[in-house]
Ligand binder design. Sequence first.
Ligand code: NAD
Length: 283
Amino acid sequence: MILLDGKAVSAKMKERVKNEAVKLKNSGVEPALAVILVGEDKASQTYVASKEKACHACDIKSIMHRLPEQTTQSELLALIDLLNLDDSIDGILVQLPLPKHINTDKILESISPNKDVDGFHAINVGKLSSGLDGFVPCTPLGIMEILKEYDIDVSGKNACVIGRSNIVGKPMANLLLNASATVTVTHSKTKNLKEICKNSDILVAAIGKPFFVTEDMVKDGAIVIDVGINRLDDGRLVGDVDFDSVAPKCSYITPVPGGVGPMTIAMLLSNTIKSAKNRVKKA
Ligand code: NAD
């Protein structure tokens, strides 16, 4: 069994990003990411702080907009409009979840698809599903990067994605399909989940339930990718896969922490660089 070291792959990616950022800066284009946080959600504050820190470490300018909880939808839309028009901004990220009085879909659709470094805009979702170049959500993109780094060819393999969220499950399925895997997307209403999993060469777990994937669900020699991040009552951070029982059966597996998690921010930075390069092409 080989442990897929997302921490190491993300460090390599961040190094690449930093080199690109310096090159762009020297040519007169400073890559810049605008991050909008509305409200006081503690987890969101932590995520935003790590994104800001990662930007600084990689020579990407980060412009933070911390807005109060009572910010109205029109105020938020007005800020996004300004950022859309600002040629010095390459990426716009609105930290989710938004307060309940704001319509998330409306906000995500208001971000210019050319600055949508999270890859959530319908245009980018459509591009991914058509196999066209666009922005791809960071977590599944990071998983593809890990697979690439370990020379794992998914072509022709049976892949099962557990979870169908817009952020992880669906884009993951599209990326695997675009890379010529045979993909089954499963979810809470799936009837024969164990059987599907057991037939899969690649198993991606994105459910949000600790220890959900057990040894009896996994094919011998499978590649198992654990997207889950679950905090147990005792404070431990665990994935969706029962690592101790599943790992001995796998050819490759991602640990939690240190697997998929670190890739998400690295790919956000990489998407920002991609956007800055597009800015250069347009100039
Ligand atoms: P979500 O709640 O939006 O989706 C969960 C999915 O799991 C749903 O599609 C649901 O149908 C499926 N599901 C629930 N119960 C099931 C069952 N019994 N059988 C089969 N499928 C079932 O969650 P999400 O946003 O996709 O996140 C999933 C997990 O990944 C969470 O733990 C989240 O914290 C983690 N996550 C990690 C990263 C990262 O950077 N590593 C990024 C995003 C999400």
